[in-house]
Every structure is written in structure tokens, then in C-alpha cells.
Write a protein of this length. Structure first.
Length: 489
């Protein structure tokens, strides 16, 4: 028995009884103005009779006039009807009116009876019911297994996410887009600075009402409805979701930094990397401490993990907490499992990440330390390292205070180590010679070098005394040469 819908029966079904002679399709419940329109709808939509095919793309149409309109608006860019509020253009006056009613006036007369969602058009409501409530998403992406309610949505997904097709280019900044609409929105929002929609919470402005809603849902409400089927990651914005699939699961990182050879999935990520890492541009500054960052996201993570102390991911071995799951994994691999897969080809050390290896090569072997301390002339490979050195050594800033005692620290990891070793007594690293325990692996190494091997590489420049650690040398200088001897009562 054929699964094809009985369009003859649907056509013979009389109108829905309204006085305005409104004919309803018995298959998808769409309302049509007359019987001939219903007939065309049934043939074009449900019987898929679209004899007029576009020679420029794969689109097909039921009527010649629809094909002509498609060529004019999509391929020739003929959209004479302009919205006076946001300057978006349309090929038909009716489309412009619908846009004005739904986007700017907020008219959404078609309400879903199953949830609170409302829509500007009947077909949008029908699509919503089918895909959201009835879970009818028969079109499956063979690459990432994501499902779609419409074949056009599946095609757009494949073109954008997996094929990376972006045929519409901005003539001003060369950015590529998947559709003409995305390009126009980009021009209005980025180059013409037309952002009439304002967030009432943080006052950020947006070019479209939908972007404002997305921002409110993801940033302020914390909604992340898009879940990856290949891992547990969730996202609030589809573009972030598609970037995740491309870069994490498909390992597509086509943009290479010419300086350090690091690869990126997006051109914008590469630019941000160059600006923050190599140029030292960090325009986003923390108002609580003196730290600055290359992106708004890094600043938010910093505030969340350091100042708000939100670190939900706990290491089961040493109880150290982390703000990100990836940092916890890196910590376990590096410290507890001893995994250091990135080995230096010039010397023996190996590293837990490629970034650490590259920094090692740059600073140790290439001697690239362009940032010089004006006070003690010590050089650093990163601007952030110089700033941290200056704040902690010369200015004496210790913004991280222990809540259990009066101790203060230059960095947050110093505070965490203090809490674990002093207050929680967690010292998992044991010396095999004298059985003394330590909270960190490098403290154990320093102990063995100085106590058991007798290595004292830190020499006082004033007298001939040498020490096993920089801290003991500093204490010596303070106590002996600065005449800062502690008083014992």
C-alpha cells in the first residue's frame, strides 16, 4: 500500500465553513483562499510536482512565476521593498509586510496550543508542531547524525557545517556567508552599525530581534538547547554548535598561525589568537584585579572561576577544583597520569599540551623573550608573565587571600596549593629517601635536588651564599642584607 497522501480526497474535502471561503488542506492544515490555490498547494507541496527548475541552483517550483521571482530575488538580488526600520529588503511587498508585523510590531497571531510559542505565519506554526512536539525530523545528516524537519534545513546544514560553503562575500571586509540574508545582516550590523535592539540587562545592542532573544536566553538565562550527539557538550547558539562539530569531531582547523603554527577552525579565532598572544592586545580588563584578556569570553571565565570561585569540576585524587571540564582532564593527564605526549626534539623535557611545548621552544631554545622588566632587567616570553612578575615581585600585589588564615598570594593557584597543603593536609607526593610529603610534584623535586643531592643553584649576588630555591634566597637577602631580621620574644 502506498504511503503517498490522498490529495484527491484532500481536494474534494469542502472548505472549512468560514464565511470568507477559506479552504483548508486536510494534510498539513494550511488555509488557502480558494479552491484553485488549494489545488496548486496540494500538487506543489504534497505531490512534489515542481516542473520549473532553476538553472543556477537546485531549487524547483510549481509555477513559472515563482521561478522568475526566485531568480530575481536570490540570484539577481532584486529586492525593491525595504523595511524602513532595519533596512532589510524583500522581493515581495507581502514579505516586507509580514516581516514588519512579526519582527518590529511583534504580531504573532498563530499560537501553539501545546506550548506558549507563537508565530507570524501559519506554516511556521505547522513546522514548529511537526518538529518540536511531534518530533518529526525525518531528514538525517549522515555525517553527524543531526536530524531536521525539512530537507532544505538539512541541505543548509551540510553546506554550512560539513562542506564549509559560503558563497556570499562581503565587499568591505571579505567575510564569507552562507546566504544573502546573512551577508546583508552582517553589513547592517557591523559596517553600518545599525543595531536597534537593546538588551535591558547589559545594554548590548543587536541588529535583529532574534539575536537579542538568543543573547538573553544563552547569556542571562543560561539556556543551551543544542546538544551534540557525539559528546555531552551543549550550546546556546547554532553557530557555536556547528563550530564545535567542525573543530572537535571533524578536526577541521584550516587557519594556521604563521608565527607559532597553531591551527584554528575559524578565521576570527586565528585573528584573536594573533592579537592577544603575539601582539599582546588584551582590551578586556577585569575590574576586580589588574588582569586583562584578549576576549570577552576569557574575561567572563576568569571572573567566574577566580573571583566568584565557581569551580564545579573536582579532581578525585587531590581534590583540586576547576572551572572547566577540559582543565580538569588536562590536570589529571599531566599530574596524576603523567601523560606528556608533546616532547621537545631539542632537549629531553616533554609537555602536557602543544601550547606548553611551543612556549618552551620559543623561550628556552629560540631565546625569544621580548618583554623586559625595567626594574631588574629580567626577560619574559609573554607580556602577561612580565606583568605578573612586576605585580608580585616589585609592587608586591597579593590580591588572593585565604579565608581560613591571613595568608595572601600573588596568584590563585598559589592560594589553592596553600589551602590543599596547609589546611586540608593533602600532600600526595612522598620522598622515597626520607618519606617527607609534599603538596606538589615540583616541591618534591626541589626537595630532592637541594636536600639529598646538595644542589644549590640560586646564589646571592652580594655574598657567596647559595640556596636550593629562589624563596630561600629571597628570605636570605631580606634577613641578612636588608637587615630585616625577625624578632623572637
Amino acid at each position: 500500500m502506498s504511503d503517498k497522501p490522498n490529495t484527491t480526497k484532500a481536494l474534494k474535502g469542502k472548505n472549512n465553513g468560514s464565511e470568507n471561503n477559506n479552504f483548508q488542506c486536510q494534510i498539513c492544515t494550511k488555509n488557502l483562499g480558494c479552491k484553485s490555490s488549494l489545488n496548486k498547494h496540494l500538487k506543489g507541496v504534497h505531490e512534489s510536482l515542481k516542473p520549473f527548475k532553476c538553472k543556477l541552483c537546485v531549487a524547483a517550483f510549481q509555477q513559472k512565476s515563482d521561478l522568475k521571482r526566485h531568480i530575481g530575488t536570490v540570484h539577481q538580488g532584486l529586492k525593491p521593498y525595504e523595511c524602513k526600520i532595519c533596512l532589510q529588503t524583500f522581493g515581495r511587498k507581502l514579505s516586507q509586510k509580514k516581516h514588519s508585523d512579526t519582527v518590529h510590531k511583534g504580531l504573532k497571531p498563530f499560537e501553539c496550543k501545546l506550548c506558549a510559542a507563537s508565530f507570524g505565519q501559519q506554516n511556521s506554526l505547522n513546522t514548529h508542531i511537526k518538529t518540536v512536539h511531534e518530533k518529526l525530523k525525518p531528514f538525517v545528516c549522515e555525517i553527524c547524525l543531526q536530524t531536521f524537519g525539512q530537507t532544505s534545513s538539512l541541505k543548509t546544514h551540510i553546506d554550512l557545517v560539513h562542506k564549509g560553503l559560503k558563497p556570499f562575500q562581503c565587499n568591505i571586509c571579505c567575510t564569507l556567508f552562507v546566504s544573502q540574508g546573512h551577508l546583508k545582516r552582517h553589513i547592517r550590523a557591523v559596517h553600518e552599525k545599525l543595531k536597534p535592539f537593546i538588551c535591558e540587562i547589559c545594554l548590548q545592542t543587536f541588529g535583529q530581534k532574534s539575536d537579542l532573544k538568543k543573547h538573553s536566553d544563552t547569556v542571562h538565562k543560561g539556556l543551551k538547547p543544542l546538544g551534540c550527539k557525539l559528546c555531552t557538550a551543549t550550546f546556546g547558539i547554532r553557530s557555536n554548535f556547528t563550530n564545535h562539530i567542525k573543530t572537535v569531531h571533524e578536526m577541521l582547523k584550516a587557519f594556521i598561525c604563521e608565527i607559532c603554527k597553531q591551527t584554528f577552525g575559524q578565521k576570527s579565532s586565528k585573528k584573536q589568537h594573533i592579537d592577544s598572544v603575539h601582539k599582546g592586545l588584551k582590551p578586556f580588563q577585569c575590574k576586580i584585579c589588574s588582569s586583562s584578556f584578549g576576549s570577552q569570553g576569557d574575561l567572563k571565565r576568569h571572573i567566574k572561576t577566580l573571583h566568584d570561585n565557581i569551580k564545579p569540576f573536582i579532581c578525585e585524587i587531590c581534590l583540586q577544583t576547576f572551572g572547566l571540564k577540559s582543565n580538569l582532564k588536562m590536570h589529571k593527564d599531566l599530574l596524576h597520569k603523567g601523560l606528556k605526549p608533546f616532547q621537545c626534539q631539542l632537549c629531553a623535557p616533554s609537555f602536557g599540551s602543544e601550547g606548553h611545548l611551543k612556549r618552551h621552544i620559543k623561550t628556552v631554545h629560540d631565546k625569544l623573550k621580548p618583554f623586559i622588566c625595567e626594574i631588574c632587567l629580567q626577560t619574559f616570553g609573554l607580556k602577561s608573565s612580565l606583568k605578573r612578575h612586576n605585580d608580585s615581585v616589585h609592587i608586591g600585589l597579593k590580591p588572593f587571600q585565604c579565608k581560613l588564615c591571613v595568608a595572601t598570594f600573588h596568584q590563585n593557584n598559589g592560594l589553592n596549593t596553600h589551602i590543599r597543603t596547609v589546611h586540608q593536609r593533602i600532600k600526595p607526593y612522598s620522598c622515597e629517601i626520607c618519606l617527607q610529603t609534599f603538596g606538589q610534584k615540583n616541591d618534591l623535586k626541589r626537595h630532592i635536588d637541594s636536600v639529598h643531592k646538595g644542589l644549590k643553584p640560586f646564589q646571592c649576588s652580594i655574598c657567596s651564599a647559595s640556596f636550593g630555591s629562589q624563596g630561600n634566597l629571597n628570605a636570605h637577602i631580606k634577613r641578612v642584607h636588608d637587615n630585616l631580621k625577625p624578632l623572637f620574644i
